[in-house]
Ligand binder design. Sequence first.
Ligand code: SIN
Length: 475
Amino acid sequence: MQTQLLINGEWRDGAHGQRISVLDPSTGEEIASVAAGTPADATAAVDAATAAQKLWAKVAPRERSEILRACWKTLLDHAGELTELITMEHGKPLADARGEVTYAAEFFRWNAEEAVRIHGSIGLAPSGNNNIIVRHPPVGVVVIVTPWNFPAAMITRKLAPALAAGNAVVIKPPKETPLTALRIGELLEEAGVPPGVVNIVPTLSSGSWFDAAVDHPATRMVSFTGSTEVGRILLRRCSDRVLKVCMELGGNAPFIVFDDADIDAAVEGAMTAKMRHSAETCTAANRFFVEEGVADEFTKKLSAAIGAVKCGPGSEDGVTCGPMINAKAIEDMDGLVKSAIAAGATATIGGAPGDRAGFFYQPTVLDNVAPDSPITTQEIFGPIAPVIRFSDTDTMIEQANNTEMGLMAYVFTKDIGKGMAVSERLEAGMVGLNRGSVSDPAAPFGGMKQSGLGREGASEGIYEFCETQYIAAQW
Ligand code: SIN
């Protein structure tokens, strides 16, 4: 498979000939290396995208749609290989990696269907003097920056709508998981995406790479998924050129269990919301608010379920939680757990780093966590479930909303009226009501507050990659 940069349909080395070492996070050992792009390579990629976009935008929507559908089919035809690649460089269990490939491919199928439905409007101006025509041309060249937690799906969630709308892109995949990105690039070429429309440039110098891409006069938009901390820096940089942005940033999801919930269903939902993809998702349940009447039962059952999780390399049989991405992640989690315990919480299961080589943390449940403990104010990004007991719904909702994040929330109750009322009061872009997972290419993914700007997926997702042009027309 290709391990070079993809620029203008050609595979080439970076301008300085450097390589990025890709590690297996379950051993910390190198498994491959890929070419490292420089700022000059980022500039060359935007040049290529600029020329290719002019032609791609002229391709009929039906034809673009059919190419996107071919991309969907090609990714699924290579699902086995992509699954193994994701597990190899990210470490997540094979079942999660396979689910990710289906999810990633589905963005192409969904956007193939949307490509022929980018509608504008026409209406008579109130004065009756002219018509108001609104159309949605593509933005132009889009720079896509993605994280390592979903090596395939976080790329396709941006790439598919960008292409459907007639844009060309330059992708900076994460240095931790560039192999999946490059293989996707190869497969898209095979599916008929023209040279230069998709350019992929991994790098070791993110800051100067991004500066070069943003400063290129042809760049019109940046679409980023990652932490709020990095999102703020990129937003500042994009403001220099007043670029259009779409930002999917951090989360701090409350998972609320009321006394009247089906507790077994809530535990099952909690396991999905907390543990899917090795607990490294920005939608992960970060704070479990459990009503006093069911707190003992829920915590006991959750601890049993978390205690049954098998940690290990994602490729090993029966493993349901892979390694974390690096040593720093383990250090950060351990610091949060220690401070919660020092403030009065108890670990009912786990509570320490894993006792095997690689970057592992024991799946952990912390009971009686203080609502203001540092573990409740930060995105954990690992297999730790802090339980906060509550007795007053209004106070609990205030605490659940007491965060600068607003990506995701979960509510479990059999009383759907109450569930809807509580969902409406939560400051979150997405709510799982009696569900531990909400991700769906047909639904608008995104956050309120500092969790982001814009939405991905659904019909909203494609318009993020379009301009709005109004023509006042008289005839
Ligand atoms: C994320 O964690 O960034 C995405 C999660 C998802 O799409 O399910």
